[in-house]
Design a protein around this ligand. Structure first.
Ligand code: SF4
Length: 239
């Protein structure tokens, strides 16, 4: 879970007198500040009962997580420059100028992410740009090393499951054995002929040495919450 940003930090984002890019880079270093600047609230207070609010929460979470990492923001979340510009101007217009200076013209060419993206696109259950953007964003973030819901900056795995059921329902419903989502994507690619993806070394999961990687626990405390708890713990020890 993304930590609570202090209001004075948020209001100080576009530091007066600083070049916009310098201000944007400083702003981008904290997912907590980014999330609050995007949505106006901290994640714990996010109201995500309706689908539109949920989509906006997901997009803000992904942007906040991606912006904390080095490199152009649109590449970190798998979007070309045009799609990134469309996303920020339609979903977060109040901060689109600041976000745009962190993007680049050329999208990263990642064959593996493209295969996962195409898998998601082939199983869409919504129409419109948000689902298309999310296919690319989820695929790109799936290249990161942690649980997928963590790499997306979400609060827990249930949010990822909801995202997949909402936008890619036929694929999500197929995960009947509750596999870890990244492994499930690769399993599906492995099953489809012609993609050249080989994941399974045995035909039967129960005899496979990778069983824990595919079916192990995917829940737990998010990285953000863990880091915040460590900082709070260190502060308590020092004082
Ligand atoms: S446990 Fe082994 S056989 Fe089953 S999906 Fe995972 S890699 Fe494939």
């Amino acid at each position: 879970m993304i930590g609570v940003a202090k209001q004075d930090q948020v209001s100080a984002l576009p530091a007066a007198g600083l070049p916009l890019r310098v201000a944007a880079c400083g702003f981008a270093s904290s997912p907590a500040i980014v999330y609050r600047a995007l949505t106006g609230c901290v994640p714990a207070e996010a109201q995500i009962d309706d689908d539109r609010a949920f989509d906006r929460h997901v997009l803000a979470s992904i942007l906040a997580a991606a912006m904390a990492e080095p490199g152009p923001i649109n590449q970190r979340c798998g979007l070309g420059a045009d799609d990134f510009a469309a996303l920020v101007t339609t979903q977060f217009p109040h901060i689109s100028v600041l976000l745009s200076v962190l993007a680049t013209d050329e999208p990263e060419d990642d064959e593996e992410a493209a295969m996962v993206r195409d898998l998601l696109l082939a199983h869409r259950s919504t129409s419109g740009d948000v689902g298309r953007w999310l296919a690319a964003m989820v695929a790109r973030r799936a290249m990161e090393p942690d649980h997928l819901w963590e790499d997306l900056g979400l609060r827990d795995r249930t949010e990822l499951t909801r995202l997949l059921l909402r936008h890619f329902e036929p694929l999500a419903r197929d995960n009947t054995r509750n596999m870890r989502w990244k492994r499930f994507f690769y399993r599906k690619l492995c099953e489809s002929e012609g993609d050249g993806v080989v994941m399974c070394s045995t035909p039967v999961c129960t005899q496979c040495g990778d069983f824990a990687d595919c079916f192990g626990d995917e829940s737990g405390e998010s990285r953000m919450a863990g880091r915040r708890r460590e900082i709070e713990l260190r502060a308590t020890i020092v004082s």
